[in-house]
Design a protein around this ligand. Structure first.
Ligand code: SF4
Length: 259
């Protein structure tokens, strides 16, 4: 497995607040937030999730370099449509690796276009930004990849606690959240692990609008091969509908809305 990149590497890697690195964009996405979304996928991620389906986003400088103005010009033609149909999501990779660029993007998207904004993140780097950074962000889609610290570390290459701290911070800020959980047979489908997470998420209260259980898939396998990296989940099955329904029921049993 490729070793994780140290968090302080990222601060060094970003030298300006107006230049960012984008892996790709997508218009008309229906699964990355409420309604129809224009999605910016940033490059750079310090996690090394075993099930990552976009390992080509890991390296920051593999992305296309853009200014904030260039990035905004890509969403501008859709702004009137997005105003009533959905909004803009910034995903990754890990957007908080480019906190200054992404923060400026959110501020400008909100002030120029008045659009609904969503941040899709695993939260690890949240403490590099002040509370005000989140003001133009309407929704945080927070990936919590495991509830057991050791298994989380084994799955992602990084510790769990910063992500849990981020969830508690968002609760304090009253920020709306969707919690995302990738269900992987043999890795994240243990009842006790899901119940531990469900209890934590239920404790966050009404800022959590929903929990999304995302069944693991094998669609990223070719990318691992192309990058010459060893993919460790070749023999891992995708969850059956019954397994997915069972995981959703565990979250729902805590009073959470689950999709
Ligand atoms: S956090 Fe997302 S982009 Fe980063 S390694 Fe994990 S799945 Fe891939």
């Amino acid at each position: 497995m490729t070793p994780p990149i140290a968090a302080d590497y990222t601060a060094q890697a970003i030298s300006t607040d107006t230049i960012g690195y984008l892996h790709s964009t997508e218009s008309g996405a229906g699964v990355d937030g409420p309604g129809m979304r224009f999605v910016f996928f940033t490059s750079g991620c310090q996690f090394r999730c075993l099930y990552c389906h976009n390992p080509d986003t890991w390296k920051l400088h593999n992305g296309r370099q853009v200014t904030v103005e260039q990035a905004l010009s890509e969403v501008a033609p859709y702004a009137r449509f997005l105003k009533f149909a959905g909004g803009v999501t910034i995903s990754g990779g890990e957007p908080l690796m480019q906190d200054e660029f992404v923060g400026l993007m959110f501020r400008e998207i909100k002030s120029r276009f008045g659009l609904h904004t969503a941040l899709d993140t695993q939260g690890f780097l949240h403490d590099r930004v002040p509370d005000e950074w989140f003001e133009p962000v309407d929704l945080v889609m927070l990936d919590i990849k495991h509830s057991d610290p050791e298994k989380y570390q084994a799955l992602t290459g990084q510790p769990l606690q910063p992500t849990l701290d981020f969830a508690l911070r968002l609760k304090r800020l009253g920020k709306k959240m969707w919690i995302r959980y990738v269900l992987v047979p043999g890795l994240t489908d243990g009842d006790a692990d899901i119940e531990r997470l469900a209890d934590f998420v239920a404790g966050l209260g009404e800022v959590v609008e929903r929990v999304e259980v995302l069944p693991f898939h094998q669609l990223g396998i070719d990318k691992w091969e192309k990058l010459g990296m060893k993919y460790e989940l070749t023999d891992t099955p995708i969850p059956t509908p019954e397994q997915a329904a069972h995981a959703r029921a565990l979250f729902a049993s805590r009073g959470l809305k689950v999709t």
